[in-house]
Design a protein around this ligand. Structure first.
Ligand code: FNR
Length: 193
């Protein structure tokens, strides 16, 4: 059937630039024939991780919801802010909680990482730190990552990227990822667990 993508912004902020980029990614995916499950980081809210809480197989509701959503889709796409050259603490916290399920939900799932920042580097360093736990958990993190620099000036009124060259690069990046996820559905060795 149709290839489906869980798309979410890892920012809780109302006017988040990453949420704008996630919404644009959703539109581009749908335009190219993919199915989108757009989520909000609030749905995956988890208490601060503490192993003492892990009694009687306890998992927070937010972690259960994230597991349900990654298993329900063929791939996931995160647009994450960069905080101090790294990922936001609440995102790492959620990943740590989700990593405690067995079977471990990240294993063999495809992911595409993107970021938006008012800075010139577009939050790209944060994505390199986000790759570390995801790859540790066996996620197939797509090699190309999209980082939107000067993101506070990058969008037009309709939420599209003003710069046509950049808009094409964004679409090409997404379509290449979509093709890989689609192709993997036909190879038994690449099938998700
Ligand atoms: C930031 N910001 C930031 N930006 C960046 O490019 N590199 C960085 O290291 C940081 N560090 C940082 C730390 C903290 C604690 C905050 C709150 C912010 C700025 C950040 O990119 C900016 O606030 C974005 O607008 C956040 O993304 P959203 O919420 O707009 O999606």
């Amino acid at each position: 059937g149709q290839t489906s993508f869980l798309v979410f912004s890892a920012s809780l902020r109302t006017d988040s630039l990453n949420t704008r980029l996630a919404k644009l990614a959703a539109l581009v995916i749908e335009k190219n024939g993919g199915k989108v499950d757009l989520a909000h980081m609030e749905e995956f809210d988890c208490p601060t991780f503490n192993q003492d809480l892990e009694v009687n197989d306890f998992h927070p509701k937010g972690a259960e919801e994230f597991r349900r959503r990654i298993l329900a889709n063929d791939a996931f796409i995160i647009s994450s802010p960069e905080y101090n050259g790294s990922m936001p603490g609440f995102l790492k916290n959620m990943i740590d909680w989700v990593s405690r399920f067995r079977p471990q939900p990240f294993h063999q799932h495809h992911a595409l990482l993107m970021s938006a920042s008012p800075s010139m580097a577009g939050g790209n360093r944060g994505l390199w730190s986000l790759r570390v736990p995801l790859e540790h958990l066996g996620t197939r993190v797509y090699p190309d990552m999209f980082s939107l620099a000067s993101a506070h000036q990058a969008f037009d009124e309709q939420g599209n990227l003003k710069d046509a060259t950049l808009a094409k690069r964004f679409e090409d990046n997404l379509v290449a990822f979509m093709d890989q996820v689609e192709a993997s559905k036909h190879y038994p060795c690449m099938k998700k667990a």
